[in-house]
Ligand binder design. Structure first.
Ligand SMILES: Cc1ncc(COP(=O)(O)O)c(C=O)c1O
Length: 392
């Protein structure tokens, strides 16, 4: 038997919706995407959700919008610094560098893989830095405590932006992870809680930012903005469908992605419940051994909804050599494993080449500890009862 990290997640119902859209002849971004965006905004409790073609694109679009808004003053300027965790996904970090900003790395909390807020405060207090924004990840579906992050943002006058690509369905105090900042990115890649095959999006309560994201997603045009008529009257020498008001990319999703998203969102709660059940079954199975879950305070019943498991993180308390042999044994049995995100991101060859040498991976002890001593297995909601029994 195989226990893959993830499966396609597409059900007959999703494929039927997808076929309907293909047969309709409307294949590029339109009604399906708009309808999915409205449903996502409602689910997350935000004013706007802008769908794009991946979580990576969502991160890119957010930073572009903050640097080059169409109407307002930029919230970030080229050269500004952004505080990020040392365990990250590459496209959490690359857009920052690609757009001329500077990532400042902070070590992570060994109990969660998330940004360590005590260390973050130390870095922010260091007058050498001119950090203008904080970009934490809610790792593996675990909702960080954003009230603490808020405090830091108020004290150090920071923009609060979240990479929520791994945490759809994670709530803390009834607020969805990421939604209390200026913007939060999401991913609907096939292994995530909800799949649109490839796909992503941005949640925000700012109407101006939402409009800028709509332009940036589509070459910079005004067409999809709530304020599009304003631009047409103010620029009478341009065609109303071809008025370009900002910089842009083509990051648009397709209609089939919107349609699959609508179909999947209808069942998201049950997907998340199943994932939680798999994680708690695994937790019971390893109790009393040298293995334990890394899950922050997610097991606290008062906070039961704060962990929408993306994968299961396992710590081997006997250390790196033991961890490698446990991984090898699981793989031999057909149970797929992987490192946590990229592991210590600063140890990656590309990071060593592109990122300021002062960020020596050896100085990020917690990131290295987690890289050495922990690994992930899947908890995909498609697992059958047989697969769950086998995993245990
Ligand atoms: C934290 C984080 N950010 C960004 C992304 C990128 O999302 P995508 O694969 O949809 O581009 C991922 C992907 O898993 C992720 O884990």
């Amino acid at each position: 038997m195989k226990i893959p990290l993830a499966s396609s997640g597409l059900r007959d119902k999703d494929i039927a919706r997808l076929n309907q859209v293909l047969n309709s002849g409307n294949v590029t971004m339109g009604e399906q995407v708009r309808s999915f965006e409205l449903s996502m905004a409602k689910y997350l409790g935000v004013d706007h959700f802008i769908m794009v073609n991946s979580g990576s694109s969502a991160n890119l679009a957010i930073f572009e919008a903050l640097l080059r808004p169409a109407k307002t003053d930029p919230m970030l300027r080229v050269g500004d610094e952004v505080l990020v965790p040392a365990i990250a996904w590459p496209t959490t970090i690359w857009p920052i560098i690609q757009l001329g900003l500077k990532p400042i790395f902070c070590d992570v909390d060994p109990n969660t893989y998330g940004l360590d807020l005590v260390l973050a405060r130390n870095i922010l207090s260091n007058t050498q830095h001119k950090i203008r924004a904080i970009f934490p990840i809610h790792p593996l579906g675990y909702a960080l405590d954003s009230s603490e992050i808020h405090k830091l943002c108020l004290e150090f006058d920071l923009l609060e932006i979240y990479d929520t690509c791994e945490a759809l369905g994670s709530f803390r105090n009834n607020v969805h992870a990421g939604t209390d900042g200026i913007a939060a990115s999401f991913s609907f890649y096939f292994s995530h809680h909800l799949t649109t095959m490839e796909g992503g999006g941005i949640a925000t309560n700012s109407s101006t930012l939402a409009d800028d994201l709509r332009s940036i997603r589509s070459h910079g045009w005004s067409r999809d903005r709530a304020d599009s008529s304003e631009w047409i009257y103010g620029n009478s020498n341009t065609d109303k469908k071809f008025t370009f008001v900002s910089t842009g990319f083509n990051l648009r999703p397709m209609e089939i992605q919107g349609a699959v998203g609508i179909s999947q969102l209808e069942d998201l709660d049950s997907f998340i419940e199943k994932r939680r059940k798999i994680a708690s079954t695994v937790k019971d199975a390893i109790e009393g051994t040298f293995l334990s879950l890394i899950e922050g305070d997610a097991d606290d019943t008062a906070n039961a909804k704060q962990h929408s498991r993306m994968l299961i993180a396992i710590l081997d308390r006997r250390g790196k050599i033991s961890k490698e042999s446990v991984r090898a044994a699981l793989e031999k049995k057909g149970i797929e494993t992987r490192p946590p995100l990229t592991g210590n991101f600063l140890a990656q060859p590309a990071a060593k080449r592109v990122i300021d040498r002062s960020f020596n991976p050896k100085n990020f002890a917690n990131a290295q500890y987690l890289t050495d001593n922990s690994f992930l297995i899947g908890c995909h909601h498609d697992y059958s009862e047989d697969q769950m029994r086998f995993l245990v």
